[in-house]
Design a protein around this ligand. Sequence first.
Ligand code: SF4
Length: 62
Amino acid sequence: MIAKVDKNKCIGCGLCASVCPKVFEMDADGLAIAIPEPVPAQSTEEAQDACDSCPVEAITLE
Ligand code: SF4
Protein backbone atom coordinates (compact mmCIF):
# COMPACT_ATOMS: atom_id res chain seq x y z
CA MET A 1 0.00 0.00 0.00
CA ILE A 2 1.29 3.43 -0.97
CA ALA A 3 -0.12 6.58 0.64
CA LYS A 4 -0.35 9.81 -1.31
CA VAL A 5 -1.43 13.32 -0.39
CA ASP A 6 -2.95 15.65 -2.96
CA LYS A 7 -1.32 18.94 -2.02
CA ASN A 8 -3.89 20.84 -4.04
CA LYS A 9 -6.57 19.60 -1.66
CA CYS A 10 -4.68 19.48 1.66
CA ILE A 11 -5.58 22.33 4.02
CA GLY A 12 -2.78 21.58 6.49
CA CYS A 13 -5.00 20.59 9.43
CA GLY A 14 -2.34 18.17 10.69
CA LEU A 15 -4.78 15.39 11.48
CA CYS A 16 -3.13 12.68 9.36
CA ALA A 17 0.29 13.34 10.89
CA SER A 18 -1.23 13.08 14.34
CA VAL A 19 -3.27 9.92 13.60
CA CYS A 20 -0.49 8.14 11.67
CA PRO A 21 2.89 9.80 12.26
CA LYS A 22 4.83 6.86 10.79
CA VAL A 23 3.40 7.61 7.36
CA PHE A 24 2.43 11.29 7.30
CA GLU A 25 4.28 14.43 8.31
CA MET A 26 3.88 18.12 7.78
CA ASP A 27 6.36 19.76 5.42
CA ALA A 28 7.88 23.23 5.53
CA ASP A 29 4.83 24.63 3.70
CA GLY A 30 2.54 23.33 6.44
CA LEU A 31 1.02 20.72 4.15
CA ALA A 32 1.06 16.97 4.65
CA ILE A 33 3.42 14.62 2.86
CA ALA A 34 3.41 10.82 2.90
CA ILE A 35 6.46 8.60 3.04
CA PRO A 36 7.44 7.43 -0.46
CA GLU A 37 7.85 3.82 0.67
CA PRO A 38 5.02 1.33 1.04
CA VAL A 39 3.08 1.78 4.28
CA PRO A 40 4.55 -0.59 6.92
CA ALA A 41 2.21 -3.49 7.69
CA GLN A 42 1.79 -2.40 11.30
CA SER A 43 0.66 1.08 10.19
CA THR A 44 -1.95 0.19 7.58
CA GLU A 45 -4.89 0.58 9.98
CA GLU A 46 -3.66 3.98 11.15
CA ALA A 47 -3.09 5.04 7.57
CA GLN A 48 -6.63 4.00 6.70
CA ASP A 49 -7.94 5.96 9.72
CA ALA A 50 -6.01 9.02 8.56
CA CYS A 51 -7.39 8.63 5.06
CA ASP A 52 -10.96 8.29 6.36
CA SER A 53 -10.52 11.24 8.73
CA CYS A 54 -9.06 13.75 6.28
CA PRO A 55 -11.69 16.52 6.07
CA VAL A 56 -10.98 17.25 2.41
CA GLU A 57 -10.30 13.70 1.17
CA ALA A 58 -6.77 14.61 0.12
CA ILE A 59 -5.33 11.18 0.98
CA THR A 60 -5.36 8.19 -1.31
CA LEU A 61 -4.15 4.68 -0.50
CA GLU A 62 -3.26 2.50 -3.45
S1 SF4 B 1 -5.74 15.25 7.20
FE1 SF4 B 1 -5.95 15.89 5.03
S2 SF4 B 1 -6.11 18.12 5.11
FE2 SF4 B 1 -5.35 17.48 7.09
S3 SF4 B 1 -3.10 17.64 6.88
FE3 SF4 B 1 -3.66 15.52 6.37
S4 SF4 B 1 -3.92 15.51 4.13
FE4 SF4 B 1 -3.97 17.64 4.79
